[in-house]
Design a protein. Structure first.
Length: 121
């Protein structure tokens, strides 16, 4: 079952590119299945020209199609991190400040980067 639409996962800079990794999508769907609640994507694939990526010295994991930011907060954020780790996700970013509708958990499986690692924004 695929819980995530192409529109949710495509680049939001205006280019509309969608180069999301199929293996990562499969893991993401398994995570969603175990989470047993809808998950909203705030950022999926990003092209190298996406404003966030263009500012970076080296484009991030979103440009590989192996990263996603999921809107979740509080106890559900904690639960999501636990489930993601159970599914082998070893790169996790946590943004839990500010308005609850803007809080997210970043999950990525970009094996070309240091892991395991967890960070906060």
């Amino acid at each position: 079952m695929n819980y995530f639409s192409d529109d949710e996962l495509r680049c939001k800079c205006g280019c509309g590119e969608l180069n999301f990794d199929e293996r990562f999508l499969s893991v993401l769907n398994n995570i969603r299945d175990d989470f047993n609640l809808p998950l909203s994507v705030s950022s999926g694939y990003r092209c190298v020209n996406h404003p966030i990526e263009a500012k970076k010295f080296k484009p991030g994991a979103h440009t590989t199609g192996k990263a996603v930011d999921l809107l979740v907060f509080g106890d559900k954020a904690y639960e999501l991190v636990q489930i993601a780790m159970k599914h082998g996700i070893t790169r996790i970013g946590v943004s839990q400040k500010g308005h609850k509708n803007k809080r997210f958990i970043h999950l990525d499986a970009d094996d070309s980067r240091i892991s395991p690692v967890i960070w906060s924004y």
